[in-house]
Design a protein around this ligand. Structure first.
Ligand code: ATP
Ligand code: MG
Length: 570
């Protein structure tokens, strides 16, 4: 892990980085006539994850900062794995993250016709040929590092013959896989990508946009740079694994009659996070084998999952700005991301009281009304001490309350300052109470705690300056609403899943989710909007499930684990 030493500094403006420096230099030198255009090019074969968020913040962010443009372009060159549903979800997730791609959304398939024309151009120039070899023969002929490639027996076909064969490929004369179109570059190039790469394959697959119009499909490399050029992209930003594709990207562009500027590819490091995976393939596996409940499972680092978990999009943007972009692959701490989530939620989320593992607290001196029922008193509680505009709310208080089982100890261990026999504590916004007695079940388990309250301590204020060491949350037993609370732990136990065995799944944490069904919460929580995040006092931030009423997902706890990690490292 290589985070910059974290200060609590405010990450409102993106740190300088080598990509922004490069764009600035290009602008100074007038490289693209001062134009800045980027694009975000996901393949519509899965849902976006936190790694994509880094790329989105960079692509859209650079365009915004330099007064440029950033297209969303779906890289739909592989009809076998792609679906319209994914494209729609990608657009929705980008919007949620806070960016608005200009209309219309672009697709690599918009350019199939132009790409094909350019392929004929290369054929006519003697720079591409139709190869009749099968996949294995082509792969064997490529050679390897330090091993020379072998020319295909079809490499020296005439442009005329190649043009004829390419047209017949397109017309559907040959069966799938029977022939391919390859660029004629250099079979001994040190860079394997340049050893006559495949440009087109024959594949009779239904495409979600072009239907059955095509039976040949371009490869990623043949489509990507050309799509950039067609759109007028200046800075084509992608992740480091495409480093070795760059010479090919440049070769294609150099050999085509381009309409405008030649785009330039620049690579940056992927985002990886500790205790999770950011690979669509692995995420898909977790969804398909039922390890998680779906693409929006709150444990997944997908944008849908993070959203359901309660992550504010601003926290993700701030995190992306803070970690910046470099050319060194590394893994960022998930605790750092969480600290941005906590920081944001601290200022935006309202406080509520909820008891996850209830224990009954009976106030033996609490007044009763004429009918013998305990009096109900309404306490004024602050909605958010960080936000004066958030106001207050009324919380019902009576003689029977739920408190957290963990907040009581019959025999308090050292440094335990919460309730125990003879001890006085404050109930938030209500009263001071002193524990007087404990009622037990037959098996010795504590069934009920008895206490007396001090009527002079209304509002939780000390009547005479005497101090208590603990302030506890509570819920009136007769007003409490039942809720289900989902607590989450790391999805993978290891910091770098798969590092030890090579298989990330070996490091799955079998206890990554704990569902607590018997939680008791204050009535105001029934008015929580779907998706809204609140702070359960002393327990953490919780997101109301978007569809299931009274289900709350713990977003993050209250303790800043990132600060602790920093302290341990110092
Ligand atoms: P995966 O490897 O998970 O399948 P991918 O890179 O194939 O992801 P794409 O849909 O092709 O997914 O990605 C779209 C864009 O997002 C690309 O420019 C890619 O470089 C970038 N991207 C993908 N994963 C990350 C990541 N972990 N960190 C930063 N950028 C990423
Ligand atoms: Mg990809």
């Amino acid at each position: 892990m290589t985070e910059p030493a974290a200060t609590a500094s405010d990450p409102t403006s993106p740190a300088g980085d080598f990509i922004r420096d490069l764009v600035r230099r290009d602008n100074e030198q007038g490289t693209f006539g001062g134009r800045v255009q980027t694009r975000f090019p996901p393949e519509p074969n899965g849902y976006l994850h936190i790694g994509h968020a880094k790329a989105i913040c960079l692509d859209f962010g650079v365009a915004q900062e330099f007064g440029g443009l950033c297209n969303l372009r779906l890289d739909d060159t592989n009809p076998d794995t792609e679906e319209a549903e994914f494209g729609d979800a990608i657009l929705a997730d980008i919007a949620w993250l806070g960016f608005t791609p200009p209309a219309p959304i672009r697709h690599a398939s918009d350019y199939f016709e132009q790409l094909y024309d350019w392929a004929e151009h290369l054929v006519i120039q003697g720079l591409a040929y139709v190869d009749d070899q099968d996949t294995e023969a082509i792969s064997a002929g490529r050679g390897g590092y330090g091993k020379e490639g072998v020319h295909s027996p079809f490499r020296d076909r005439s442009p005329q013959e190649n043009l004829d064969l390419l047209r017949r490929m397109r017309a559907g004369e040959f069966e799938d896989g029977r022939r391919v179109l390859r660029a004629k570059i250099d079979m001994n190039a040190e860079n394997m990508q340049l050893r006559d790469p495949v440009m087109y394959r024959i594949r009779r697959s239904h495409h979600f946009r072009t239907g059955d119009r095509w039976c040949i499909y371009p490869t990623y490399d043949w489509a990507h740079g050309q799509s950039d050029a067609i759109e007028g992209v200046t800075h084509s930003l992608c992740t480091l694994e495409f480093d070795s594709n760059r010479p090919l990207y440049d070769w294609y562009l150099e050999h085509l009659p381009l309409p405008g500027d030649t785009p330039r590819q620049t690579e940056f490091a992927r985002l990886e996070l500790t205790h999770t995976v950011t690979s669509k393939r692995r995420l898909a596996q977790l969804v398909l084998d039922g390890t998680v409940s779906g693409w929006d499972d709150p444990r997944l680092p997908t944008l849908r999952g993070l959203r359901r978990r309660g992550y504010p999009p601003k926290a993700i943007r701030d995190f992306s700005a803070y970690i910046g972009v470099t050319r060194t692959n590394s893994r960022n701490s998930i605790e750092l991301l969480e600290s941005f989530v906590r920081r944001e939620l601290n200022t935006t989320s309202q406080r509520r009281m909820a008891v996850t593992r209830p224990l009954k607290l009976v106030l033996t001196n609490w007044p009763k009304d004429e009918s013998g029922a305990p009096v109900v008193e309404w306490c004024t509680a602050t909605n958010n001490p960080e936000d004066p505009d958030a106001g207050t709310r009324q919380v019902p208080f009576t003689g029977e309350l739920w408190i957290e089982r963990d907040d009581f100890a019959q025999v308090p261990p050292p440094k335990f300052f919460r309730l125990s026999p003879g001890r006085e504590v404050r109930l938030r916004a209500a009263y001071f109470v002193t524990c007087t007695d404990v009622v037990k079940e037959a098996d010795g388990e504590v069934a009920e705690v008895h206490a007396t309250y001090d009527p002079a301590s209304k509002g939780g204020n000390s009547p005479d300056g005497r101090k208590v060491k603990s302030t506890m949350h509570w819920v009136s037993a007769s007003h409490a609403v039942d809720a289900t609370v989902a607590l989450y732990d790391r999805l993978f136990s290891a910091e770098s899943p798969g590092e030890a065995t090579g298989n990330a799944m070996d490091d799955l944490n079998p206890n990554s989710r704990e569902l607590i069904t018997g939680a008791k919460v204050e009535p105001a929580l029934t008015k929580t909007a779907p998706g809204q995040v609140v702070q359960f006092e002393r327990l953490g931030y919780f997101a109301h499930d978007p569809t299931e009423p009274m289900l709350f997902h713990r977003t993050v706890g209250l303790r800043d684990e990132w600060a602790n990690i920093q302290k341990r490292r110092a």
